[in-house]
Every structure is written in C-alpha cells, then in structure tokens.
Design a binder for this molecule. Structure first.
Ligand code: ZN
Length: 403
C-alpha cells in the first residue's frame, strides 16, 4: 500500500498524533480519536485504516462512543512489532526487548571488564543484540535504540559518522548496527532517553513539561516539552553536571570551577567515602569499597555513608532549584544509580533544598519523583527513542514487512 504513506508532512504528524493518543488512552473509538485530536472523522478513518494495515493498531469489540452510540475499540497492537533498547554506561550496558508501546518484555545487565577495549565492548553489545533478535520468533524487530553517555554531539547531516564518549574512539554505532542487523537504528544521549522514558512511563500529557535528572556516574538532564525533547543547537542541552554550584569550588575537567558533578555523582560518592575510610572514620565498610557495597552500607544505616549520600543529594537539590528557576517544569524526575541507593532519603534532601530556596508557588506546582528500583529509564528511553523515530517514518513498518 503506497497511497497515504509517505505522502505529506501533515499526514505524518497526524499519524504520530493518533499513535500517541492511543498510547495515552489505551483503547478508544474513532469518535474519541476525532475529539481528542481535533481531526475530521474522515481523516481519522484514513489513518486508522493505514495503521491497521501495517499492524500498528487493532480493532476489538465495541466500545461506548458516547451519546449512546457504540463504536469499535481501537488500541495499539503490541503483539507484533518489537524494538531492541540498549543503554551503554561507562561501566556496564543494559539491553532489552520492548513492544511498540514501550513495555519492557525482558532485559539484562552486562558489566564491562577492566582493560576491555572500546571495540571489544562494542562487540559484546552487538552479540547481545543478536541474541535478543534470535529469540524473537513470530514477531518482528524493526529498530534498535541506543542510549549513550554524553556529551553526544548530534550532527544531523552526518549522524552516522559517529560520536565520541570517554575513551571510546569514534565508533559509527548507527551505521555499524544498521549494516549488521538491517534495521533502523536511533542513537540518543542517555539523559534525553531517560527523559523520554519517564515521560512515557508516567503517561505525562503533551501539555506538561518534564525534566529528567540522570544521577549516575555523571549528572545530566533531559527536557521534554510538548512531547518533544529540547535538544539545543548542537544537541547537547542538559549538561547540568557542569552547572556551577560552588563559585570557587573544585576545578572540573571541563575547565569550570565548582561543577555540580564534582559534588554529586556515584563516582564522587565512592571516592569520598573511601577517602574518609582511609582517614580512619568509623564505618561498617572497609577501604576500597565499590558502589554496590556503599549502597548496601547506606541501606543498613551506616552513618558515614548516609551522611555523604545526604550531602550529595543536597547538592543535587541545588541543581534542581536552578533548573526549576530556568524552566519551570511541571514534573522533575530523578533516576539512575545514585537515586537507587536510598530514594526516600534523596527525596527528603532534595525537597528540603527546594523548600528552603524556591518560590513557594512554583514549588507547590512541581511534582518531584525519584525513580528507585523500577525500570532503568534510560534503557526504556532507548527503546522509546526507536519507537518515536519509527513513528516519524511509518514507511519503516512497511519496509520491515518486505524484509
Ligand atoms: Zn564541569
């Protein structure tokens, strides 16, 4: 079916809108879709037929369409298309299989070994993707989404020419994965992916603005407004780890002094706790403790560890206040490995700073959520980046059918 697909920009936007509405509403009638989208019933019928044809939505049974009329219930068809999500961090990677509504079907974590070269690491990521794809039988894997640490400079003209992070040389991830697996590949910064992940997870309406703080080995943020990521001129918006929180503070590798990331990250926590242990401070921990042990000690109530953790969370609170002042978001979500240690404590510390430093009206309006032991938002977000990318190119689904 060529007609309708790839026709014009307006049609494309409408299609994406319908999918988003179905995702948010779960199941609804054509009349509901017309009402919610503001599109004409004839347009809705065209789009619904098109999306049904490419197995993105399905009709099932009757639904009360209001005013006593019955309509056919339409919902996303999550049974057929699959996307692979990968989240690469500096120390490990996560990979999982997702349905087209962004639900995680399975996922696994893989540690990088010391001394492993970037090429070897990328090789392992590819093997894991392959093993996920091999398990999929009746369903169809249509895309891979991959979330990477920043800074991720997006060059729209030559995105496949690669990027660089940490000690990784320029590996053209997008091109290499496309060549090997023959599916669409989308790359995004991990904090942006986390923002989209939590935006979908929390089913936030299009009218809301959400900020996601990725509090892990570094600190980054992603912003979603009107359902879209705010990327900035080079695509590196949200590098809030380099926001000054101490004017005359510690020199950061970025050249600035007193960056948030110098006071708050899982790396800083590990370093500071170990330094105190070396100095002989009392703790249940021994020198040379890693994040895992430090997390356990914090949850066991180890005073030294909890005090250090609270100190970091208070700095994070300053970062949250700054972002609230700049962007006035409806929702602030904080996730990743630092948040997972003691989510309740983090929330208390952040809220205290926000209470002390923030305009009360803005403060009252803003919901602050800490992501504890739930899904990894950047992994989920990687899959969603792929799904959203596909929705911008629905021809991809037809193409997948022809493979
Ligand atoms: Zn910095």
């Amino acid at each position: 079916m060529k007609n309708g697909i790839n026709q014009d920009g307006v049609q494309k936007i409408n299609r994406v809108l319908i999918i988003r509405l179905l995702r948010e509403a779960g199941s609804c009638s054509r009349a509901d879709l017309a009402r919610m989208s503001g599109l004409r019933p004839a347009t809705i019928t065209n789009i619904v037929n098109e999306l049904k044809h490419i197995r993105l939505i399905r009709e099932e049974g009757a639904i009360n369409a209001g005013r006593g009329r019955n309509g056919v219930a339409i919902s996303l068809d999550t049974s057929y298309y699959r996307v692979v999500g990968v989240r690469v961090s500096r120390k490990y990677f996560l990979a999982g299989l997702f349905d087209i509504a962004g639900n995680e079907l399975e996922s696994s974590r893989h540690e990088f070994a010391e001394g492993e070269t970037p090429k070897e690491r990328f090789g392992r990521i590819q093997e894991q993707i392959e093993s996920i794809i091999e398990q999929v039988k009746e369903e169809k894997v249509v895309a891979i989404g991959i979330a990477i640490p920043g800074p991720f400079f997006r060059n729209r003209d030559s995105r496949e020419e690669g990027f660089e992070f940490q000690d990784w040389p320029e590996i053209p991830i997008e091109r290499l994965l496309k060549e090997r697996f023959g599916v669409y590949v989308f790359v995004e910064h991990d904090a942006n992916a986390g923002a989209l992940g939590s935006y979908w997870q929390m089913n936030v309406g299009q009218e809301k603005m959400l900020v996601y703080f990725s509090a892990g080995q570094g600190i980054g943020a992603g912003f979603v407004n009107g359902g879209k990521l705010i990327l900035g001129a080079l695509g590196v918006a949200g590098e809030i780890g380099h926001m000054t929180v101490e004017t005359n503070g510690i020199l950061c590798k970025c050249g600035n002094y007193g960056c948030l990331e110098m006071y708050c990250s899982s790396t800083v926590l590990v370093n500071r706790v170990n330094k105190k242990l070396t100095k002989g401070n009392y703790s249940i921990l021994k020198e040379g403790s890693d994040l895992d042990k430090i997390g356990k000690a914090a949850r066991a109530g180890d005073k030294l560890t909890v005090a250090e953790y609270e100190r970091e969370c208070s700095y994070l609170g300053v970062g949250v206040v700054n972002i609230m002042n700049i962007l006035n978001p409806d929702i602030v979500v904080i996730g990743d490995e630092l948040a997972r240690i003691l989510p309740e404590t983090m929330k208390e510390c952040v809220l205290k700073v926000v209470r002390d430093r923030m305009n009360p009206i803005v403060r009252e309006h803003t919901d602050i959520h800490i992501v504890g032991d739930e899904e990894d938002m950047s992994l989920k977000g990687a899959a969603i980046v792929a799904i959203e990318g596909l929705l911008d190119e629905p021809i991809a689904f037809e193409w997948a059918e022809e493979q």
